[in-house]
Design a protein around this ligand. Structure first.
Ligand code: NDP
Length: 314
């Protein structure tokens, strides 16, 4: 029986594929992990419908169902799931401190961060109303459902370029809405987009409204130089204007890039602080898939286990 006042061996922050996978591994290694779910248990998969690209589900699975399966698997091996948000940390160490939103102080020998990232949205009413009804923030997840159909992508960075290129393989026509007269994406990605005959770039163009009652039927756009409006026929609307990693709480403690993604030591899940590990989308701005998040969650748990063994704690 664990001593209730002793520091926990392993705390996991975040309840997406990375956090739950870390929990499965940590629990099976006897680390008695406690997982704090944060405000969005299940993470970004809770706003996805069918997941068809996660190995092991030949018929596909609904995102929320998959996250329930992950949680049950983590609990089966003894993970304690707490539905609370961590609002403050102190990584002075060697025992790390975390504060919950109810101001409880948690002490832990190792911490695995899997707080994920959140897609940025335009913030217009029709976008919110039609989410999962043709509005998506992930072409790789949802593009397949729009094959053979006309779609719109918003954004001008590498993500938008990648999503437009991906969709152009499935869809006869992809409209790319760029709000300025140039793209931010890397040169090679821009060239790829511009060379793809079925991608039409609409420069200086922004979204006024996504049309449709229960499903997207079109997009009303306007030219921000001339004010001219146009309705584009489309059944899919992909927002690709960036993601924000949920890492604000770690500011000042851990190394991050300029947009807040946590930096880990290459080939590991280690951060610069001994005993603190990072996994999933909080440290990955390139791949951002459930399966890659799960993979790095596994790495984080294995690194945490090794750390605890080396320090005579596990
Ligand atoms: P970025 O921040 O690079 O780009 C966001 C784009 O969205 C910008 O072009 C911006 O326009 C546009 N945008 C923002 N808000 C709005 C809005 N309200 N309406 C219309 N357009 C808007 O994000 P990304 O996700 O593209 O990339 C993030 C990082 O990840 C980058 O460093 C990128 O290089 C990297 N990445 C790398 C990949 C790879 O190497 N394969 C793949 C994907 C991402 P504006 O330019 O006018 O500000």
């Amino acid at each position: 029986m664990a001593d209730a006042t002793a520091p926990l061996k392993c705390v996991i922050i975040g309840a997406g594929p990375a956090g739950y996978t870390a929990a499965v591994y940590a629990a099976r290694a006897g680390l008695e992990p406690v997982l704090f779910t944060g405000k969005e248990p299940g993470g970004q998969l809770m706003i996805t419908t069918d997941v068809e690209n996660y190995p092991g589900y030949p018929e596909g699975v609904m995102g929320p169902q998959m996250m329930e399966d992950f949680r049950k698997q983590a609990e089966r091996f003894g993970t304690e799931v707490r539905y609370e948000l961590i609002t403050k940390v102190d990584f002075t160490g060697p025992v790390h401190k975390l504060w919950t939103e109810s101001d409880q102080v948690i002490e832990a020998h190792s911490v695995i961060i899997s707080t994920g990232a959140s897609a940025k949205w335009l913030g217009i009413e029709s976008e919110n109303r039609l989410k999962n009804k043709g509005v998506s923030a992930c072409a790789v997840c949802d593009g397949f459902f729009f094959r053979g159909q006309e779609v719109v992508v918003v954004g001008a960075g590498d993500t938008a370029a990648e999503e437009a290129s991906y969709l152009a393989k499935l869809c006869p026509k992809v409209h790319l809405l760029v709000r300025r007269d140039e793209m931010r994406a890397s040169k090679i990605m821009q060239e790829r987009v511009m060379k793809t005959p079925n991608i039409e770039i609409h420069w200086n163009t922004e979204t006024k409204e996504i049309l449709g009652d229960d499903q997207v039927t079109g997009v009303r756009v306007y030219n921000n130089k001339t004010g001219a409006e146009q309705d584009l026929p489309a059944t899919g609307f992909f927002v690709a204007i960036g993601h924000k990693p949920n890492t604000d709480v770690f500011q000042g403690w851990l190394d991050m890039d300029e947009t807040g993604y946590l930096i880990t030591i290459p080939g590991s899940a280690k951060t610069k602080i001994p005993g603190v590990f990072a996994s999933g989308d909080a440290q990955d701005k390139v791949y951002r898939q459930a399966v890659t998040a799960a993979g790095t969650g596994c790495m984080a748990a294995l690194d945490a286990e090794r750390y605890l063994v080396e320090h005579g704690i596990a």
